[in-house]
Design a protein around this ligand. Structure first.
Ligand code: NAD
Length: 484
């Protein structure tokens, strides 16, 4: 376990920690008991944070040289690396993921993202562009673009991977010279609050990074509506994403929306079945299934359907559901009681629609918000195939041909990612081109890396994060022409 008594629980605004008028409490998902209470930012706290971030952007931070921005990001990465065990423990305590996964996957991804964008900070260039001349005449002109920082960015973060997902916003935003206000999720603010202390220790000018724990409907909504914010980068549910898009229209904020998913994993008859079953199980159960890219629609060719169903049921029964700090646990609790009840409700709805519950399907009788890893057999028209469940539940559905697989894969409102399991290289590329999603994995589930653009199509979102796309999306291009 970990002592939370020394943690910051207030707002970081303009380099100072200060309490808000209201507080809210967050549970320990492994016990169901209250874990801690935190300051809840009000709309006037949001105004103050925007003022502080604007002052930093127009002052010391705006005047910081690009290479120095890179040095500061590297320094922050060093501090996160130094304290990574503590940060991993805080996340596991707060949101329930087994500690080994926080330490081995989530913190390393966060550190790698900070370092990747630290390297970009002094390589953000416009380009010189040839034209026909001034007003099309023979008078030559010199034309070029500058890529300029946008100003104040708001980053609204979900609870399922707080630091990792924050890194995809924070690191490129700072590399490009923007100031930022972070709104962590109600259910998992602790690692981000501790990060606030590390940001100060790294030496970023006050106000460059502000942290506002609080309630989405209050602090999140105030950020989305605020005219002083240039861009809002949101990861969360599709419903809230839609509200943010509407609220952002007040001042035509740039928006990056990373929303929900219902990813298909297509297992062809020629797949390496052991690898496919292991990969599909990871796609269903990693992080207790609370993953936007969770591969929860398993489409299995009829020739391997029974084997896939058996294999996944065995994988579900092989999971060890337990305390996130027990090294034997492969799955912890879901984040809160509402999430557990929503998942169980959807499984019951699936059962009522005729899905077979082949493994799991219930919440074990113990304290905390645990749900058994669950495998359903059913069809693509059932609610459990249409809705994002955001829990450890996968549905296995048979298909008969490549066309059939593609049409089932595409028959969903979401389009974040998909996985193709086959040993036929040509088929892999053909299917990758036809499935409508932001990212396709072949023979491996969701290999996230800072170098690779990430984001969805359809109801899975707007825009891309990570990679060079991240640099483009945190700068505005400006065209300059000079008549010579
Ligand atoms: P959520 O939408 O409920 O909350 C996300 C964040 O938005 C929280 O910080 C919350 O406080 C804030 N918020 C809530 N209401 C708001 C409002 N009206 N205005 C502004 N902000 C508001 O999502 P969640 O339950 O925390 O996260 C789970 C969802 O996130 C799932 O749907 C999942 O698929 C999605 N997700 C997507 C990705 C991706 O990369 N596409 C990654 C992780 C999670």
């Amino acid at each position: 376990m970990i002592d939370v008594s020394n943690l910051p629980t207030d707002l970081l605004v303009g380099g100072e920690w200060r309490p808000a008028q209201d507080r809210f409490s967050t549970p320990n998902p492994a016990t169901g008991e209250e874990l801690i209470t935190l300051s809840a930012a009000s709309t006037s706290d949001v105004d103050d944070a925007v003022d502080a971030a604007t002052a930093a952007f127009q002052g010391d931070w705006g005047a910081t040289a690009p290479s120095q921005r890179g040095i500061l990001l590297h320094r922050l990465a060093d501090l996160v690396e130094r304290d990574s065990e503590q940060l991993a423990r805080l996340e596991s305590l707060d949101m329930g993921r087994p500690l080994g996964m926080s330490s081995a996957l989530m913190l390393p991804n966060f550190i790698a993202t900070l370092r990747y964008y630290a390297g970009w900070a002094d390589k953000i260039n416009g380009e010189a562009i040839a034209t026909d001349g001034y007003l099309g005449a023979a008078v030559p002109q010199h034309a070029y673009t500058r890529r300029e920082a946008m100003g104040v960015i708001a980053a609204i973060v979900p609870w399922n991977a707080p630091l990792m997902i924050l890194g995809w916003k924070l690191a490129p935003a700072l590399a490009c010279g923007n100031a930022i206000i972070i709104k962590p999720a109600e259910d998992a603010s602790l690692s981000i609050l501790r990060l606030g202390e590390l940001i100060t220790e790294a030496g970023f000018p006050p106000g460059t990074v502000n942290v506002l724990p609080g309630i989405g409907k209050v602090a999140g909504e105030a950020l989305a509506l605020h005219p002083g914010i240039a861009k809002i980068s949101f990861t969360g549910s599709t419903a809230v994403g839609r509200t943010i898009l509407q609220n952002s229209a007040t001042n035509f904020k740039r928006t990056a929306l990373e929303l929900g998913g219902k990813a298909p994993q297509i297992v062809f008859g020629d797949a390496d079945l052991d690898a496919a079953i292991e990969g599909c199980a990871m796609g269903m159960f990693f992080n207790q299934g609370q993953v936007c890219a969770a591969g929860t629609r398993i489409l299995a060719h009829r020739s391997v359907y029974d084997a896939v169903l058996d294999g996944l049921s065995g994988a579900a029964r092989g999971q060890v559901l337990g305390d996130p700090f027990d090294p034997e646990s492969t799955m912890g609790p879901l984040v809160n009681a509402a999430q557990r009840d929503k998942v169980i409700g959807l499984v019951q709805q699936g059962r009522a629609e005729g899905a077979d519950v082949v493994a799991g399907g219930t919440a074990p009788d113990r304290p905390g918000f645990y749900v058994e890893p669950t495998v359903l057999a059913g069809t693509n028209d059932m609610v459990v195939a249409r809705e994002e469940i955001f829990g450890p539940v996968g549905l296995v559905t048979p298909f008969d041909s490549d066309d059939d697989a593609v049409s089932l894969a595409n028959d969903n409102q979401y389009g974040l990612s998909a996985t193709v399991w086959t040993t036929d290289l040509s088929r892999a590329h053909r299917i990758a081109a036809r499935v409508h999603a932001g990212a396709i994995g072949v023979n491996g589930w969701s290999p996230l890396a800072p170098q690779l653009p990430w984001g969805g199509v359809k109801a899975s979102g707007v825009g891309r994060e990570l990679g060079y796309e991240g640099i483009l999306s945190y700068t505005e291009p400006k065209t300059v022409t000079v008549v010579l």
